[in-house]
Design a protein around this ligand. Structure first.
Ligand code: ADP
Ligand code: ZN
Length: 216
């Protein structure tokens, strides 16, 4: 089963993807998370990606595609893609990877949200610098600046400064939106209202996935 989760920065892709991958036993492939950990560990890929991620630009396609392809392994065949693909060229690379692995996409879901709400969520988001747990200064505050799970420092993500967040939203509109149009014409495409609270979005997504399981 291959599920692709699409949505603007701040739409809640990461939160929903964690929930869904645990519930359905899918491998969570989050390109943004992978880049952040490669950057933190100063690997060759991290060093190449750093300037792009920090300034809210897309990392060049060849780096992204190579990284994703290396993580596909036909034994598993159960993936939840979060943050990839992000443009038409990546969507085409994904189809080639899947053909090669003898897999196909079962569901593409767009988490729909307004730009205003997305921006509001991003700038109130904080993350644990140790374990990656996501907080929100309004809806899910840390404990005196520390992570409730591991005690690590809870900080603003480097690309969540308002100016960079706005840039990411622009990149989404200009570059990712046309790719969504490409998926929209396919039968596996669905949309979910992501402005609701996380549990409600969880429920809507679970219903979609359950309906696919029921069919197969
Ligand atoms: P968000 O969806 O909130 O922007 P992500 O964690 O998915 O957050 O991505 C953070 C950054 O990682 C992006 O702004 C970009 O620099 C890089 N990135 C992640 N996925 C891709 C991708 N598929 N192609 C190019 N760059 C990517
Ligand atoms: Zn933590």
């Amino acid at each position: 089963m291959i599920v692709v989760l699409l949505g603007a920065p701040g739409s809640g892709k990461g939160t929903q993807a964690k929930f869904l991958s645990a519930k359905y036993g899918l491998v969570h492939l989050a390109t943004g998370d992978i880049f952040r950990s490669e950057i933190a560990e100063k690997t060759p890929l991290g060093i190449k990606a750093q300037a792009y991620v920090k300034t809210g630009k897309l990392v060049p396609d060849d780096l992204v595609t190579e990284m994703v392809a290396a993580r596909f392994n036909s034994n598993e065949g159960r993936y939840l893609l979060d943050g990839f693909p992000r443009n038409l060229a990546q969507a085409q690379s994904l189809s080639s990877i899947l053909v090669h692995e003898n897999l196909s996409i079962d569901l593409v879901v767009l988490l729909k949200i307004s730009q205003e709400l997305a921006l509001e969520r991003i700038i109130s988001r904080r993350v644990c610098s140790q374990c990656g747990e996501v907080y929100n200064i309004q809806t899910k505050p840390a404990l005196n600046g520390k992570c409730r799970t591991c005690g690590g420092d809870v900080v603003l993500r480097e690309d969540d400064f308002e100016a960079t967040a706005r840039k990411r939203l622009m990149v989404f509109e200009d570059i990712t939106r046309p790719m969504i149009a490409y998926y929209q014409s396919e039968s596996v495409f669905r949309e979910v209202d992501a402005s609701r609270k996380p549990e409600d979005v969880n429920a809507a997504l679970s219903m979609l996935i359950d309906s696919i399981f029921a069919k197969s």
